[in-house]
Ligand binder design. Structure first.
Ligand SMILES: C[S@@+](CC[C@H](N)C(=O)[O-])C[C@H]1O[C@@H](n2cnc3c(N)ncnc32)[C@H](O)[C@@H]1O
Length: 269
């Protein structure tokens, strides 16, 4: 707890990201990983295995780009560093813990970047007014990548902006916020569809609240947006009791696969 608080105080972070909860969430993710490491192994192995497979299937290997690099738990960084000339890790921000993991890998670079393009504008909208921003059509940073990995980020893109809008402003209906969330998810999928190299997409598709063997509630974290993928599926026991609640477990159904339009192949078992 003290270590987390110190990290919170000492990590350089733009004010809008701090106020919207991004730094807090990254630190919480690291703490949850430390507590649940063993239970997360299957999920993290699946992610790393799939990303390594997509990397090997990539015919050109100049540049790999990871979107949602976060703490790099689910990324086979050493494999990517060996296979590709350059690896770019993209997230809103990176903790020192993530930067330490890349120490010694000379061809790995960090890029702090908002993949929706609207996070700062949402903060300004809530605090200053004006219309609710929507993502502008446009591609990804590093648009010459031979491999793009979207690493457990798709459902996360609208999460904190939607919570900030709900918490800080009474101006928007639930419907407006759901439409906004869908727009961010669709924007990311459209950007992935434009990639000319190999794309590996891993995302949760179902959030389940469980009691023992029974699912009590199931939520669609993608707000009804279909994903263009019939991939591998697995369960991520992200928060077994008492992590989130003393009486309930939270788990995700996750899907992951990869495709390459340039080679006209769509690899997904
Ligand atoms: C569940 S984590 C992904 C897990 C990560 N691959 C790991 O192993 O630690 C979701 C990540 O998405 C990032 N993120 C959320 N919104 C973002 C945005 N608009 N632009 C870039 N990154 C964003 C968060 O900072 C977080 O690191």
């Amino acid at each position: 707890m003290l270590a987390e608080w110190l990290t919170y105080l000492t990590t350089p972070c733009p004010r809008h990201l701090r106020e919207m909860g991004y730094l807090r969430e990254l630190i919480a993710l690291r703490a949850r990983y430390r507590r649940r490491r063993r239970g997360w192994t299957k999920h993290l192995d699946q992610c790393r295995g799939l990303i390594a497979e997509a990397a090997r299937a990539s015919t050109r290997r100049r540049k790999a780009v990871v979107l949602g690099s976060g703490l790099l738990h689910d990324i086979p960084l050493a494999d990517l560093g060996c296979l590709f000339g350059e690896v770019v890790l993209v997230d809103l921000m990176h903790l020192r813990a993530a930067r330490r993991k890349a120490r010694g890998l000379a061809n790995v670079r960090f890029l702090d970047h908002d993949l929706t393009g609207v996070v700062k504008a949402v903060h300004a909208h809530v605090n200053g007014g004006g219309p609710l921003p929507l993502p502008a059509a446009g591609g990804l940073p590093e648009d010459d990548a031979d491999l793009v990995v979207s690493a457990n980020i798709l459902s996360q893109l609208p999460l904190l902006p939607a919570q900030y809008l709900e918490r800080q402003s009474r101006r928007h209906s639930g419907q407006e916020i759901a439409d906004f969330s869908r727009a961010l998810i669709q924007h990311h999928l459209a950007a992935l569809a434009d990639v000319s190299g190999t794309v590996c997409l891993i995302t949760e598709v179902d959030r389940q609240i469980r009691d023992g063997g029974k699912t009590l509630r199931s939520e669609d974290p993608l707000h009804g947006v279909p994903i263009p993928l019939k991939g591998k599926e697995w369960i991520w026991d992200i928060a077994p009791r008492p992590e989130m609640d003393g009486a309930y477990d939270l788990r995700y159904r996750v899907i992951g696969g990869y495709w390459n339009f340039r080679n006209s192949t769509r690899a997904a078992p």
